[in-house]
Design a protein around this ligand. Structure first.
Ligand SMILES: [Zn+2]
Ligand SMILES: [Zn+2]
Length: 438
């Protein structure tokens, strides 16, 4: 064992590190079994709300480490508790679901799993958002903290969350009493793989880190007829086109330039044939913001502008566009508590070195992680970025200016051994810091 550790430390040294930390040495010892857990999860991906085998595997791993485990919390959610005396409760969260993407990474370990979609087409299933890295890092961290019980006191709470990609899992786990039936955390920590940061590094963005996400339909109504007699109709294709252009002025002209806002029309459908003016056109929008007030403004302005355009075409109120906000799919922004983010950043710097800890950039993508910080318990949360790109590949892309595959791309293939090693070191050092800060 000692000899192994010596070899690993020497490996770390030859890899260019000044000196391997004690934590790094033990993580490197665990890495072969973590890599095989990763490969198992990667090759057996399950879609949102279907994480049956994934959650069972995680529950098994947690039990083997001595955690009290509860399954089927808010769907396939798993909660693991390790009580280790008096002290704070630190919650670590990983999400479990994969995406309907056919993997095209060309890797020998690529997923070959397929499912039938709603229309009966066969689609591939892939961990295209790196949730397999998140789960493996969670288990690796659990092992480290279970092995180091003499270094901390309190309760370690592991949360394996289902259905992140559809914005349903955190909501369901909280609704089933995550903070009331299990434990009320004092700090919540999560990580997300980044497809824009090299593996070996992490990034922390204090404050708003991820956006409010809303899905909105606008049903534009008209009065259909023959394409040769437009004057006898109210053409909803023309109305919808005017609405799409007018929507661009909301962010540009009506919302403070100091407040981030995105309104994207992702889908427009209407009509059936060249010479028929239809009765209806359907728009599907995604709205992004940080500030909840901006989110409310976006929705109110979409209603006002689209009604105004319908009115200017001579339509009466019964024919004004219908604006439907899919409230059940809405996700609030993720606000990283600045004090908590500062604490974990400090821990990351001492474990990984300042050169491996970047200032995170806020993004307009969404994550239901933000919900853990928006309950009445008002728990401070922080989600940090874990670099995923193979370092040489990253350097080459920076040099040539070529695009790296993004998250949700069929070609996204993280440098999993280095990302997992770094994820476990970051999570473990962050948790130890939080347990010992008072
Ligand atoms: Zn995703
Ligand atoms: Zn994700």
């Amino acid at each position: 064992m000692r000899a192994d550790k010596f070899i690993l430390a020497s490996l770390a040294l030859t890899a260019g590190l000044a000196s391997a930390t004690e934590l790094q040495q033990t993580v490197l010892t665990d890495l072969p079994s973590l890599n095989s857990l990763y490969l198992h999860l990667h090759q057996n991906p399950e879609l949102s709300y279907q994480e049956k085998h994934t959650s069972a595997r995680l529950a098994k791993e947690m039990r083997a480490l001595g955690f009290e485990v509860s399954e089927n919390v808010g769907g396939f959610g798993v909660v693991g508790l390790l009580k280790n005396g008096k002290g704070p409760t630190v919650m670590l969260r990983a999400d479990m679901d994969a995406l309907p993407i056919t993997e095209q990474t060309g890797k020998s370990y690529a997923s070959t799993v397929t499912v039938q979609d709603k229309s009966g087409n066969t689609v591939g299933v892939m961990h295209g958002c790196g949730h397999d890295i998140h789960m493996t890092s969670l288990i690796g961290t659990a092992k480290q903290l279970a092995d180091r019980r003499e270094q901390w006191q309190g309760t370690l709470m592991l949360v394996a969350q289902p259905a992140e990609e559809v914005g349903g899992g955190a909501k369901a786990m909280l609704a089933q009493g995550l903070f009331t039936q299990f434990a009320k955390p004092d700090h919540v920590l999560g990580l997300h793989v980044s497809a824009a940061i090299p593996a070996g590094k992490v990034a922390v963005a204090p404050g708003y880190a991820m956006a409010n996400v809303d899905s909105v339909d606008v049903i534009v109504k008209g009065k259909g007829g023959h394409g040769a007699y437009p004057h006898t109709t109210v053409d909803p294709v023309v109305l919808a086109s005017r609405i799409v252009l007018a929507l661009q002025t909301i962010t540009a002209r009506e919302i403070s330039p100091l407040e981030p806002s995105v309104i994207t029309v992702g889908s427009i459908h209407g009509g059936s044939k060249h010479n028929i003016i239809s009765n209806e056109v359907k728009l599907q929008l995604t709205l992004r913001s940080y500030n909840p007030e901006v989110r409310d403004q976006q929705i109110a302005k979409i209603k006002r502008l689209s009604a105004g355009i319908a009115m200017s075409a001579g339509l009466t109120e019964a024919f004004f566009p219908e604006v439907i906000v899919h409230e059940s799919e809405s996700i609030p922004s993720t606000y990283n508590d600045p004090a908590l983010a500062g604490h974990v950043e400090q821990a990351f710097v001492s474990e990984l070195g300042a050169e491996n800890v970047e200032k995170g950039q806020p993004v307009m993508a969404g994550e239901d992680f933000g919900l853990y910080g928006r309950t009445e318990e008002n728990v401070p949360i922080t989600l940090f970025w874990l670099g995923g790109v193979e370092p040489n590949r990253y350097a080459a892309a920076m040099k040539s200016g070529s695009q790296l595959p993004s998250l949700h791309s069929s070609k996204f293939a993280p440098d999993y051994p280095l990302a997992i090693e770094t994820g476990v070191r970051a999570m473990t050092s962050g948790a130890l810091h939080l347990f010992n800060q008072d």
